[in-house]
Ligand binder design. Structure first.
Ligand code: DUC
Ligand code: ZN
Ligand code: ZN
Length: 471
């Protein structure tokens, strides 16, 4: 395979920041130095650009059923291509066990769908919804043989996805013994269900009631409860899409006591707030994601959490549903909940925007430095989920997943220019500075400006080692 040389860029990792060249051979980083030269190499000039490790998005949902036959509208192909244009070269998606289903069968179904389509490398968390002696018995092999070291459980959506505290505890015990970690959707599902019923009985059906029936206090309660359960089980615990100040307080309190409590947040919680639910008509359905957008106090707390490492990483929870009905009819849209907020498919897009938003609103705004930016978008997810040092850094021997990023180019975010199939952007019209210029997946240039050079099926499955052990 041809050698690839990336010349004269500013190489940034979670700990370093220096000028240099990178030599790539057979998809891996072969050498890093000054004035490297190799005959017949494919050369890329990175002068004036940042050279970053490829982003790792630890929370996405491609072609995923979300109840009522409603699927997220990106396939593995379109979603991973969109990820690549945003500088993300690894995704971790989910394989969901249904009732009376085997977790291993759930993984196999997702592997079969992903393999011919993925344009970037991929891994899976397994979602457990039916916890019984049989499904628990499968978990050690999933961890040790199939490379799935993280398991998502829902504390919300009673009767559909929710599992009870005893099953959370049992799963923690079983996975923890083998280097696995439990990831929680932390919300008090039964209280929220009562609030939803109350709202609907009073005729309150508009999208704003999605936010009003999912109070941050109930996210805090669930986070606190599950951290205590993990403490008893003596295992690390990870909270997905943390949005509420009260939930962060539970994480901080535990971490201060030396408990291995970890959490991610998402760009929409950092850059948007609850005032979006005042949008006219059905427009507010764009922001119906779970948890909902919060107030400024929560936003402020989340930024502090990122600064002080009480939040370890930023993932998108890319879970796209179109606002308008898709002509094919199978991809039902947000319109499904036009008359009832509780039927609006829960989720919002974002896989393409994570790096640019966090660079613009984090680094340029002076909230985090460049090293922390890399830590949050690449290194921490790699370490948290057992992919480091193959992924998540720029080092000799690591996969040559690289992003050439122009820190000075200003552009406007819009659904008309993104690569996802979703028909809207949460950030329509927002001007940001910092743009992905080129993306390399294991040494192959897959994005060059607006040009797509990758192909579906070139992404590889990544079996992972232990989760939650390295940070
Ligand atoms: N949780 C997620 O992680 N994604 C979409 C909806 C939800 O409740
Ligand atoms: Zn969730
Ligand atoms: Zn999600």
């Amino acid at each position: 395979m041809t050698s690839v040389l990336i010349q004269g860029g500013r190489i940034v990792t979670a700990v370093d920041d220096y000028q240099g060249d990178i030599l790539i051979q057979d998809g891996r980083i072969e050498a890093i130095g000054r004035q490297l030269s190799v005959e017949n190499a494919e050369c890329h000039n990175a002068a004036g650009l940042l050279v970053l490790p490829g982003g790792i998005d630890a929370h996405v949902h491609m072609e995923t059923p979300m109840g009522n036959d409603v699927y997220t509208c990106d396939t593995f192909e379109t979603g991973t291509r969109s990820a690549a244009f945003g500088g993300t070269t690894t995704i971790i998606d989910f394989a969901q066990q249904f009732h009376n289903d085997s977790p291993k069968a759930a993984l196999d179904r997702r592997l079969a769908a992903a393999e011919p389509q993925c344009c970037v490398d991929y891994a899976f968390h397994v979602i457990l919804t039916d916890i019984n002696p049989g499904s628990l018995a499968e978990l050690p092999d999933l961890i040790n043989q199939d490379g799935v070291s993280s398991f998502k459980l829902y504390m919300a959506y009673p009767g559909v996805l929710m599992v009870d505290d005893a099953d959370i505890f049992r799963t923690m015990r079983r996975t923890g013994d083998h280097g696995g970690m439990v990831n929680l959707h932390a919300e008090n599902g039964v209280v929220i269900q009562a609030l939803i019923e109350e709202a609907l009985e009073q005729g309150n059906t508009s999208p704003k009631y999605h936010q009003l029936t999912r109070p941050s206090l109930m996210e805090g309660e669930a986070a606190h409860r599950v951290i205590r359960i993990a403490e008893l089980a003596e295992v690390p615990v990870y909270i997905v899409h943390l949005s509420a100040k009260e939930a962060l307080e539970a994480v901080v309190e535990a971490r201060d006591r030396g408990i291995h409590a970890f959490a991610e947040t998402c760009p929409h919680y950092l850059f948007l707030d609850e005032s979006e639910y005042d949008a006219p008509g059905f427009e507010a359905a764009k922001y119906v994601m779970t948890p909902p957008l919060r107030n400024h106090d929560c936003q402020h707390a989340l930024w502090r959490g990122l600064q002080f490492d009480d939040l370890q990483l930023v993932a998108t929870d890319h879970c796209p549903f179109c606002m308008n009905e898709n002509p094919l009819g199978i991809l039902k849209s947000k319109q499904f909940g036009r008359d009832n907020f509780n039927r609006i498919p829960n989720g919002a897009p974002g896989v393409e925007l994570r790096l640019t938003l966090l660079y613009d609103g984090g680094v340029r705004a002076g909230r985090i430095n460049l090293n922390r930016f890399v830590q949050l978008t690449a290194t921490a997810p790699a370490k948290m989920f057992g992919l480091f040092p193959q992924k998540g850094t720029i080092a000799v021997g690591s996969d040559a997943d690289l992003v050439l990023f122009d820190p000075n180019e200003t552009h406007t975010l819009s659904a008309s220019t993104h690569h996802s199939l979703v028909d809207y952007s949460l950030f329509e019209g927002r001007e940001v500075t910092g743009k992905v210029k080129k993306v390399f997946l294991r040494g192959q240039c897959i994005v060059d400006g607006n040009e797509w050079l990758g192909r579906s099926g070139m992404g590889q499955y990544l079996p992972r080692s232990a989760s939650g052990r390295v940070l």
